[in-house]
Design a protein around this ligand. Structure first.
Ligand SMILES: Nc1ncnc2c1ncn2[C@@H]1O[C@H](COP(=O)(O)OP(=O)(O)OP(=O)(O)O)[C@@H](O)[C@H]1O
Ligand SMILES: O=C([O-])CC(=O)C(=O)O
Ligand SMILES: [Ca+2]
Ligand SMILES: [Mn+2]
Length: 674
């Protein structure tokens, strides 16, 4: 739109001149006049625009969509049209064979017949020639089942726009919000189900993994895994169509993992499109065989008569087969965190530390890690308008520095405000998946305060939706390691500086008051200890990760901090959560180095070094005792929490951390003293 100088606005046409009705029309007020003219044949035409280049409605619709051009030049051909077509066909065939193999039942001879494309589209109905036969030719025998006669339609790495259409057309509860995000419902499960996460115990994993008390790895045998796998694969093959995502994990090119996600819902496919690293068209063409495959048959329950099944939900990990099966939960976070578990196994084998942490970097290249359990502020605090975002939840620390495992962020949305968290707010646009939120039925405006479906409302968006994302998502060695705890007791200071032994003590303890809803069944904040701030995802004994962290922090001179993003002025119920702007000031002071050189005093019981002043934060809140009106209640609560820490740490007292016994003793002494 342009002004003509008289305060009038006109629409410019392609040539930059004001559009008028037609050759001889004048449009003084900017509106085109409809004119009819007599043509030579005496017929009356409205020919103000050239006629459409289609003879039929079908043809018109076929013009709307342009065939995607082959995205990369095919290698090894001299360019003749015939050669290109052949390679293209060959490549597609290999891809379909790979998918068919992924979906193969292990009790039948071959994989299903797979074909690309939406079964709803007539033009894509398979011809017999696209039948992938593997080694065997299809010969009907008595043992053939109906499932062998049908095609499994594969919707392969669809774009967000295509996935929106699939979701809206076929998945109840899918809507476009006023900002363009896709609103979805995850069904009965609105959080992860840690008590239903099982890992196959075989000769290798029996020795390698952490089993028993405190471990997240509930054992299952290989046979039971196969029963569940078969159940998932049969379910997926019985559908009209399945979604397949081929993507990557880890921005460190040397340690990139190829993952395939087979799922039944467009919601799941879009979620993983956002959360994993998106391959370029060229990378996708050369994808080959995945390193790990997820079968998400979440709509379908597991069979409770199956050995080990204690509910209708089961999330099963088989490291030897490099597969994960999901039955009985549609909560998409299971896929993200399931893959994180896999990384917690694969990476330490390569001397790489995997971390449940956010990560960002300052203009000068100073990197900070943000550890913390769910809801403590990893996403909120790593998304900082003044710093580059490397990632919000899952990272690796190698010899060379840090790398994000994921390609997207997964932010909590409850009470989200554009004012307090503008970057996250603005990322919730077209392409973002909004889980379990409530919106106005007409305006489609989201009410972020509404907990009708769940407290654990979430947004999943590609990391580049955050304007200052650092792409590729890698950075140098961390300078600060910030341990976040959301202390519902209200007795931990808003910030403490930790020595290495204290950092290890708190890292192994992994304390927080779990914020409602992320784990299925938890409705109110409760004190929780979760080793390495992520016991639900670690595969090896916590001391393995702790030793690596100590090594790396020492080697690279990183400083540890404990930041309480939880309560102040009393426990949950009487006190209040520390204001986000105060926490941000504290984090700023850590980043800019000013807090390192502040004046400190030591607290009772926990022996934490707390600053007496932080710019922009009222000094009286820095020592929690000042904020409690009932000092006796404060002291009692402090001792109560310290007791919980002590009891929790008992399980670790028999373990040596790293090579040095001295460090082990120091860590044991770094806990509360009373
Ligand atoms: N002082 C505070 N510091 C940090 N977050 C706060 C504070 N006060 C309130 N919050 C809220 O707490 C929540 C922190 O959630 P966030 O998404 O950052 O968790 P997370 O650590 O990334 O968890 P998860 O691993 O489950 O993704 C946000 O909703 C944020 O608005
Ligand atoms: O996995 C989820 O559902 C959310 C998350 O990030 C966590 O719990 O740490
Ligand atoms: Ca998060
Ligand atoms: Mn997380």
């Amino acid at each position: 739109m342009a002004s003509n100088g008289n305060g009038e606005f006109t629409f410019a046409n392609g040539n930059g001149t004001a559009a008028v009705a037609n050759g001889n029309g004048t449009a003084r007020n900017g509106l085109a006049k409809i004119q009819t003219q007599k043509k030579g044949n005496g017929m009356c035409h409205d020919d103000s625009t050239p006629p459409v280049k289609a003879q039929t409605i079908d043809e018109l619709h076929s013009l709307q969509k342009k065939k995607s051009a082959p995205t990369t030049p095919i290698k090894g051909t001299q360019g003749g049209a015939f050669a290109i077509t052949l390679s293209e066909v060959e490549r597609q065939k290999q891809q379909l064979q790979s998918i068919s193999a992924s979906l193969a039942s292990l009790t039948r001879e071959t994989g299903p017949k797979v074909v690309r494309g939406d079964p709803a589209k007539q033009s894509e109905t398979p011809k017999v020639s696209s039948h992938v036969s593997h080694h065997h030719h299809f010969t009907p025998t008595i043992s053939v089942s109906d499932s062998a006669l049908k095609f499994t339609h594969v919707l392969y790495n669809l774009s967000p726009a295509e996935l929106y259409e699939q979701a809206i057309k076929y998945e109840k509860g899918s809507f476009i919000t006023s900002t363009g995000a896709l609103a979805t419902l995850s069904g009965a499960k609105t959080g992860r189900s840690p008590r239903d996460k099982r890992v196959v115990k075989d000769d290798t994993t029996e020795d390698e993994l952490w089993w028993g008390r405190g471990s997240p790895n509930i054992e299952m045998d290989e046979h039971t895994f196969m029963v569940n796998r078969e159940r998932a694969v049969d379910y997926l093959n019985s559908l009209d169509k399945v979604f397949v995502n081929d993507q990557f994990l880890n921005w460190d090119p040397e340690n990139r993992i190829k993952v395939r996600i087979v799922s039944a819902r467009a919601y799941h496919s879009l979620f993983m499109h956002n959360m994993c690293i998106r391959p370029t068209p060229e990378e996708l063409e050369n994808f080959g065989t995945p390193d790990f495959t997820i079968y998400n048959a979440g709509q379908f329950p597991c069979n409770r008569y199956t050995h080990y099944m204690t509910s209708s939900t089961s999330i099963d990990l088989n490291l030897a087969r490099r597969e994960m099966v999901i039955l009985g939960t549609m909560y998409a976070g299971e896929m993200k965190k399931g893959l994180f578990s896999v990384m917690h196994y694969l990476m330490p084998k390569r001397q790489i530390l995997s971390l449940h942490s956010g990560c960002n970097m300052g203009k000068d290249g100073d990197v900070a890690l943000f550890f913390g359990l769910s809801g403590t502020g990893k996403t909120t605090l790593s998304t900082d308008h003044n710093r580059y975002l490397i990632g919000d939840d899952e990272h690796c620390w190698t010899e060379n520095g840090v790398s994000n495992i994921e390609g997207g962020c997964y932010a909590k949305c409850i009470d989200l405000s554009g004012e307090k968290e503008p970057d996250i707010w603005n990322a919730i646009k077209f392409g973002a998946v909004l889980e379990n939120i409530v919106f106005d039925e007409h305006t489609r405006e989201v009410d972020y305060s509404d907990k009708s479906v769940t407290e654990n409302t979430r947004a999943a968006y590609p990391i580049e939706y955050i304007p200052n994302a650092k792409i590729p998502c890698v950075g140098p060695h961390p300078k600060n390691v910030i341990l976040l705890a959301c202390d519902a007791f209200g007795v931990l200071p808003p910030v403490s500086k930790l020595n290495l032994a204290q950092t290890m003590y708190h890292f192994i303890s992994g304390y927080t008051a779990l914020v409602a809803g992320t784990e299925d069944g938890i409705k109110e904040p409760t004190a929780t200890f979760s080793a390495c701030f992520g016991a639900a995802f670690i595969m090896l004994h916590p001391t393995k990760y702790a030793a690596m962290l100590a090594d790396k922090m020492l080697k690279h001179g990183a400083t540890g901090w404990l930041v309480n993003t939880g309560w102040s002025g009393g426990s949950y119920g009487s006190g209040k959560r520390i204001k986000l702007p105060y926490t941000r000031r504290i984090i700023d002071a850590i980043h800019d180095g000013s807090l390192l050189n502040a004046k400190y005093k030591k607290t009772e019981v926990f022996g934490l070094e707390i600053p007496t002043e932080v710019e922009g934060v009222p000094s009286e809140i820095l020592d929690p005792v000042n904020t409690w009106s009932d000092k006796d209640a404060h002291n009692e609560t402090l001792l109560k929490l310290a007791g919980l820490f002590k009891r929790n740490f008992e399980t670790f007292t028999n373990y040596k951390i790293g090579k040095d016994n001295k460090l082990t003793e120091e860590i044991l002494a770094a806990g509360p003293n009373f």
